[in-house]
Structure formats: C-alpha cells, structure tokens
Ligand binder design. Sequence first.
Ligand code: ZN
Length: 318
Amino acid sequence: MGFNDKSGVIKQVHNDDSKYMSDCMHFLNSLSKKTATYKYAFFKSILDNLFNVDDKLELDFNYLSYSFSKMYWNLIAKFKLPQYQNGGRVSLIEKAIYDIINNNQLLDEIDFDSLSDTEQNEYLSRTKNVIGINVVGALYSDLNYNIYGFDKSKKKIWFSEESYNFLTKYKSALEKLNYYAWILWMENNLSIANKEEGNLAIKLDNSTKRESLESFKQSLFDKGDTLECFYCGNPVSLRGCHMDHFIPWSFVKDDQIWNLVFSCSHCNESKNNKIPSYVYLNKLIDRNKNISLEVYNNKLIKLYDSALYNGFVEWERA
Ligand SMILES: [Zn+2]
C-alpha cells in the first residue's frame, strides 16, 4: 500500500486514543522522507475540514483541495515561503502559482482571495491533480493506514467513528504539533534556515544539545567497549568513529553512556533518527552488561518501548 494506490481502506480501528496518537506521531516524526511539505498541508486541510464530513463521515476531495491550494498559494506567493527542498525539483503547485502570476501579470505577492474567479479556478484545476496523485495515499501510509481511507475515483476520504472522534477531540493539539513539524522541516530544508534570526523551532529543539560527544568516546573505550561499529561490526578508530545515540537524541534529549555506541559513519547516517530493531536492543543490553552498565538496562528497555510507541520509525540495516 502506498502513494500510487487508487484507494485504501482503514486498516485498524483502535479503541484507545493513545494508539491513534502513535499513528499521528509516526507521520510527524518521519522527517527524513519528505522532499516537500505536501503532507503537512494535507494534514492541516483534513483538520480544517473535520466538520465538513457528511453523515457517513465522508469528506469530499473538493473541500480538502480548496484548503490545501489556498494555503499553498498564500505561503508561497504572499509570504514567500517556498515549500520544496533547496536544490530540489520545483513542485507542480509552485509552478502553477508562478505560471498564473506571470501569465496574468499579477503582483508577485498577491494573496489568494485577491485572484479573480477565473484565476482561482485555473489554479484549483491544476492543484487538484497533484493532491489526488501524490498526497492522499502518501499521508495515508505515513499515518499507518489507520486514520482515514480514500478512494481517488470517488474523490473522497472517510474516517472510522473512532478515528474521527480522536481527531475532533485532539484537533487543536494535532494542529499545533503539525505546525511544529512543518516549521522544523522548513528550517531544515529551506534557505530561510540561513537567517540568523530564524530557526526558532531548531533552536528550541537543540537548546539542551551538547556541542561534542568526544569525551564519551574515551569513556566507552576505557570501560572496555570494542572498537567496532555496533551495527555492522566493521572496525573503527577512536578518532574517526561516530558516537551514535542508540535511541535517537531527538527522543531522549539526553546523552547517557549506556545509550551511546561506536558507529561507522555509514551506519550512523543511515540510521539517523530511527530506532534499531530488537536484535540490536538485545545486543546493547549485552554490551552494557559487558562494560558494567547493566543497572541501566531496565531504563533502556522502557525508553525503547516508549520511543516506538511515540511513532519513531524502526531502522533495518541495509
Ligand atoms: Zn557500520
């Protein structure tokens, strides 16, 4: 199941809100895969239109498409915030916006509501396809297939009673979490990130981050940890190796020696913000025993389960 599918059903109905929260966090935490901000905008469109469902809890694409398109127009034209990765391909929506501005000799920063009906309709007809083709299925899959189902030919999405209740109950909190993930994405991927006064989300998030983990290398080595990559087993040097937070720093926000392992650059970069599989958890439990850190293993296991529950994605070494 994925973004190319024509339709998708709701895979699981939960009777526990925290499971839906976990599905949503799975989407909000998966920063690395996005080359544009489509999914954030689409998630916002869903939240903005929750009260436009019919009595079968179905929501017409037209509502979503209108919100999505208006939002994009204003972000890109009015506020000059591009929504695709630096150096990446210009998104189809961005291209549509600039075509309409240029072809109609409009002001560069014109807002959506100031467009004529003809201009709005031309723009909406071009964005509708993008949403249908790219976004509905991709977000569906990022949300673990549990929040909504969709059918592209019928041009609608729908909710289960349980997922709908969850979304309405936590609408405001989800909206704010989505903004935060979206801002963080923009700061990480757009040239606005270079402005000193910007980067508020990154600064908040990194406000307790240690400048260097070098001192931990020596401590681990002195305790008797082996100088090899914890994940692939290749030999590494004390100077050249990476210090990897087994459970990502972005989750624990803390540097503890029992959560740090020697890693080659390849594994460290490939793992990035993900959680290693259980095989590695067991390996780390053993590692900690071997270097007299076993008192922390219970804490490690709790953190591990908690990170998975919070929607952190599992990493498999390629
Ligand atoms: Zn490695």
